[in-house]
Every structure is written in C-alpha cells, then in structure tokens.
Design a binder for this molecule. Sequence first.
Ligand code: SF4
Length: 385
Amino acid sequence: MTANLLDFDLEGLAAYCASLGEKRFRATQLFRWIHQKGARDFSQMTDLAKSLRDKLQGAAHITGLPVLTQHESADGTIKWLFDVGNGDAVEAVFIPEDDRGTLCISSQAGCAVGCRFCSTGHQGFSRNLTTGEILAQLWFAEHFLRAHLKTNGERVISNVVMMGMGEPLQNYSALVPALRVMLDDHGYGLSRRRVTVSTSGVVPMMDRLGEDVPVALAVSLHAPNDELRDKLVPLNKKYPLAELLDACNRYLAHAPRDFITFEYCMLDGVNDQPEHARQLVELVRHHGGQGVSCKLNLIPFNPFPASGLVRSPQQQVQAFAKILSDAGIVTTVRKTRGDDIDAACGQLAGDVKDRTRVGTRIAQQRTVMLKPLPVEAAPKEARGT
Ligand code: SF4
C-alpha cells in the first residue's frame, strides 16, 4: 500500500525518506512542499531530484479528504463537510476575525462522550480520524483560503482549535503528530499559544499532552458541580470535577498560557442560574485551596431538534457573566458566528446519520435533563474543594 504523506509529522517523514534511502533534508523539503505550498503532486516539487520524484510517484501520495459541501456565511465564516468514507463526514469551520483567522477542526467521526447539548454527541461514535485526516482539514482550508482570498501566498489561518467533532484526547496517537505538524516551523509554524485542544476532561491524557505537546488547553466544564455535570458531560462520572481541576493545575505547569479556558454552554434553566454562577466562582477560586487560573468562556447554546434544550436568554447570560466578573474571573461571552449556515459549535455535521442508538437513549433521558437544578438542593460548595 502506498503511504499518504499527510499522515507523517517531520520525524515520521524523515523515517519514511530514510526507508527510501533518502537523507533527512529531503524530508524537510518534501514537508515544506506539502504543508507550506500545498503541493499535491510530486511533479510540482521542482527542487527535488527527478530520481526522488520518480521514486515517490510509485511509493507515496498526498491525498486530502473529498469536500462534500462548502457553505460561506454572510459574516465570512466558511464551513466544509468532508467525506471520511463509509457514510461518515466531519466538519471544519473557518472563522475570520480582524486580527486572526481561526480554523476549528474535527478529530473523530462522531464522538463517544455523548454530551447532552452537543449534536455530535447525539450521533454516537463511528471512528477515530487518522493523523492525515485531521491534518487534511487544515491543509485543504489553508491553501483553499489563500487562493479564495487572493492573499498572494500569505498565510490565512493563524489559530487552530480542536473543537470540532470528537474528543481529541480519545484519539491521542493520531492527535499528537498532527499537533506537531501544526507547530513545526517547516509545517504551519503556529505557536503553542495559537493551537488549542479542547477536552471534556480525559484526565490521564491531559497529563500526557502536557508532557508531549503542551498547547493551549480548553476544558468543557458546563456545570459547577458533579451532580449536574454527570448529566451534561457523562465523562464526569469517570473523572469528576476534583480530579479534572487537579489535572488542570498540573497542566498549567506546562501550558503556553498561564490560564486554562473553561467552556460553559449556557442552557436555559439547566445550568444558568445565579446559584450556578456562585458555585462556579467557589469552584475555580478555591479548588484545592489555590483555585485554578482560568478564563471562562460562556457559549450560547445552538439548539438542534433532538436536544430538547433551549438557549439561555441574553439577559440571563449577562447576569451570569456579571457574577463571575465581579468575583474577578475573566469572562467572555462567545459571539455566535455562521448561524445562517449552521456552523456554530455543537452543530457540526448535524445532518449526519445517527450511528448508534445513542440518540434514542439520550432522548429518553431528556425529561430528567430538562428539569432545572433546584437551587436550594445545590451544594453550597462544589465537591472536591
Ligand atoms: S461536546 Fe465534544 S466531547 Fe462532548 S459529545 Fe460533543 S464532541 Fe464529544
């Protein structure tokens, strides 16, 4: 079988080239052609010896993912749906802002975590993406956008967030080489601060990421106590808040920024009450005696039919944010982008098949979930403090 060169980080490509009897600097040249220039054909690589190009022609290929659809929003957001075979599709979203261009990419087809508010979670899990499939989203988007926006070869994507479909830390072996390519000066040359892995809290893998490739970390929190988080993010039953926050503090020793971003999806009547905000303050300020250095990102929920959940009213979000800000916690409210093309987070691949019975199972739990947490029943202090 011929090798897809998108599957390799630079070390992997060097080893592959060595297996062909080629020196390391050839791997670097090849790597730059692929990632910096977007080459997909060895004949384009004019500074490689003809003999090497001929050798590669028979032994390797550079193959991205077929684009099923592309939608461009009025606000400049672009969403691509990529075919990963067997009826599965994954999405990537480009979000342009004044000072940056952010690409949100996927790590798995579907997701096994099954968060209640997430359309991907409702579809169940199909499979892990390969390193090449993770990178193909960035490789395609960067080189498409350079041509589309006529940048004259200037880089467009300045930030990558692993916040699309899937739990990146449950696909660790494919994730790590992909991150290395993003960071490599011969690849995309992004700084560790500009590459963010978002996790629902796979504690052991957070520790490994901190050792292996300590990029910026975002943690999907979504609830200030274990009782509620068990329901919203099922992984909490395995790694409860106390363990998760301990892992955040360990990660901070390696992180490129001196804070962790906590994501908090605002669900009307479920996790958006003033008491929840006060519990959240208590949790992040006092966990383990020292708290966790963090920023809070409040995310408007993007409703999808199967969820049975409702977006918190703006007023409720502002009141929640004020409690956090007044307690000295840096708090942002995420703008919704690409609403007209269903590109906002949690809506990825919304029309893709339900792969398992998970959608039905979650729907059956919905009546439980929709009941707001009685404020008086909520613990005064979060567990684990
Ligand atoms: S929010 Fe993330 S971890 Fe949770 S189900 Fe969705 S993709 Fe998976």
